[in-house]
Design a protein around this ligand. Structure first.
Ligand code: HEC
Ligand code: HEC
Ligand code: HEC
Ligand code: HEC
Length: 243
């Protein structure tokens, strides 16, 4: 073979492998709840009713005034552009694809508030896995390994996901705490003490649960899964379509 052809093949090979390596260590971008909601309509409709889905409201002047005063915040102030608040009241603030205060309203629409990706992880890579595995399962009834989702950035350690916001204050027993902290700590009011095992079952805060068909198998199975799946409703039929 001609030397030039060999070096071209080598160069393309190196480019290709380094691209794959980048992908393997990449956890994906934030995209907003619309992408997830096209396939998981039942969860989306239920989530829309929760406070997580409306929490940007609380950053507006005069909203929750008494609670703000108690936490030494200014109830007259507009906090909707405040970088000390946005990390916990939007989806992926300051991260790739995530919410930016400079976004137009139509761009921000699916990233304002606490969306799917705050609890399940930035979704650009693993949502494609869901699509592929769903199709494969339909065709062959063969499940795919759940570990692939972890590699694509999906979160299964929910306790850690909640802690990033709920346990993030000075003196927190959670090791990852760093600024900006939540103003609503157990010192301000004991009711802000976060008890994961209780909180995760709060029907007003979390979406309802719908039956999974077993498209994925193997570890890591979320600890709470079996209990939620036992009482789960059937998701409305024919809705697993990418929009
Ligand atoms: C193209 C359709 C599609 C999109 C888009 C999609 N999913 Fe899925 N998702 C599926 C299918 C299919 C399954 C497997 C369901 C089953 O087992 O019955 C699944 C499973 C899941 C599971 C359970 C995985 C497990 O452990 O078994 C979660 C959680 C989830 N999706 C969240 C999301 C989130 C969050 C997004 C947006 C970032 C998203 N999905 C986007 C189709 C999709
Ligand atoms: C580290 C994450 C984090 C940051 C930063 C943060 N918050 Fe929050 N915020 C939370 C959490 C978690 C709750 C829910 C507390 C609860 O109900 O247990 C909350 C609740 C609230 C509430 C409602 C309180 C209630 O009792 O219903 C208001 C109002 C609020 N935040 C305003 C702000 C403002 C204003 C800022 C910026 C100055 C801010 N938050 C910064 C995490 C955060
Ligand atoms: C991105 C930050 C963030 C994450 C992640 C997060 N929360 Fe929250 N959570 C909040 C904020 C902010 C509020 C306050 C909402 C409001 O009052 O507007 C809240 C409110 C709540 C409430 C009180 C709701 C009510 O009706 O008063 C519960 C319970 C809760 N969260 C549980 C959880 C659980 C369980 C997880 C993890 C599975 C979780 N949260 C993940 C920020 C977060
Ligand atoms: C505040 C955290 C939180 C938010 C926000 C959230 N989820 Fe979940 N989700 C959970 C938890 C906790 C479970 C239960 C654990 C499990 O089985 O994986 C779950 C389970 C699921 C499942 C598995 C089947 C089921 O119904 O239990 C799917 C699919 C799912 N979520 C999709 C979504 C989509 C789509 C959104 C956004 C529209 C979303 N979630 C928003 C925490 C959250």
């Amino acid at each position: 073979m001609n030397r030039l052809v060999v070096s071209i093949i080598l160069a393309v090979g190196i480019l290709f492998t380094s691209h794959q390596m980048v992908l393997a260590s990449d956890n994906g971008n934030y995209e907003g709840f619309k992408k997830c909601g096209g396939c998981h309509k039942s969860q989306k409709d239920s989530w829309l009713e929760t406070k997580h889905a409306k929490t940007m409201e609380t950053l507006k002047p005069k909203v929750e005034a008494e609670k703000k005063k108690k936490a030494k915040l200014d109830p007259e102030k507009d906090y909707t552009n405040d970088k000390d608040c946005l990390p916990c009241h939007t989806t992926g603030f300051g991260e790739r694809g995530g919410y930016k205060a400079s976004m137009s309203e139509s761009q921000a629409k699916f990233l304002t508030n606490i969306g799917c990706e705050n609890c399940h992880g930035a979704g650009s890579l693993y949502r494609k896995e869901h699509s592929d595995a769903g199709k494969a399962f339909k065709a062959t009834q063969k499940p795919s390994p759940r570990q692939k989702l972890v590699d694509a950035g999906e979160i299964f350690d929910y306790e850690e996901a909640c802690a990033r916001c709920h346990m993030n204050y000075e003196g927190s027993p959670w090791k990852g705490a760093k600024e900006p902290y939540t103003p609503f700590t157990p010192k301000v009011d004991a009711k802000y003490k976060f008890d994961f095992s209780k909180a995760v079952k709060d029907k007003k805060a979390l979406h309802e649960h719908f039956k999974l068909r077993g498209v994925y198998e193997g570890e890591p199975v979320p600890k709470i899964r079996a209990e939620f799946q036992k009482g789960a409703k059937e998701a409305a039929a024919g809705e697993e379509e990418e929009k």
